[in-house]
Write a protein that binds this ligand. Sequence first.
Ligand SMILES: Cc1ncc(COP(=O)(O)O)c(C=O)c1O
Length: 219
Amino acid sequence: MNRDFIAWLAQHDDRAYDLHETHVNPAFVKMLKTIGFDKHYVRGEGAYLWDDEGNKYLDFLTGWGVFAVGRNHPKVKSILKQVLDRDLPNLVRMNCSTLSGLVAEKLTRHIGGDLTQVFFCNSGTETVEAAIKFARCYTGRQDVIYCDHAFHGLTTGSLSINGADFFRERFGNLMPGTRKVPFNDLSALERELASKKAAAFILEPVQGKSCEVVHDGYL
Ligand SMILES: Cc1ncc(COP(=O)(O)O)c(C=O)c1O
């Protein structure tokens, strides 16, 4: 490979949509072309993107919400550069890293209450899978209650508590012991909880798919 990685990448820029059509997801490419989103972005900074024709875009999608501090934030870039340049001993596994300990300390201080420990995950859906396992293991119960229109990720456990048939169909039987309640319906939730079979109730206070927000007093 070319020693200049960015130059090597740039050589192939005009093939991006063809590459994805052939090797990644042709339906997605077709959709982007249909709605005119088949741009060639060349730069991202904060909340903005620029394409190869110099047009500037305000990116409301933010990578489905992952760019809370914007793209290529100078502080994040500076720390990543420092870490890479120091050849830090990452992921030793049989070891306790200072960094994850500090992150756990900051998170628990921020959250407050009696939550003093953190379980680190790589993605939203992995976090939900872990929450289901912790709840079932701790309570000895099986059921997980979820809401209509809920979205918690796309792995099998998280999909089992997805409130839209569209996401679940064609994958056969998912995780057993899940029970759906209407969003913001307190009596339906109380009925389910009264059965004493629930290990957990998993909820988005602001639903990503329906855009509904919990009513006062629901939580
Ligand atoms: C509320 C909620 N939970 C879980 C997920 C899944 O996260 P990930 O895509 O990182 O697996 C999402 C993703 O949009 C989400 O909105």
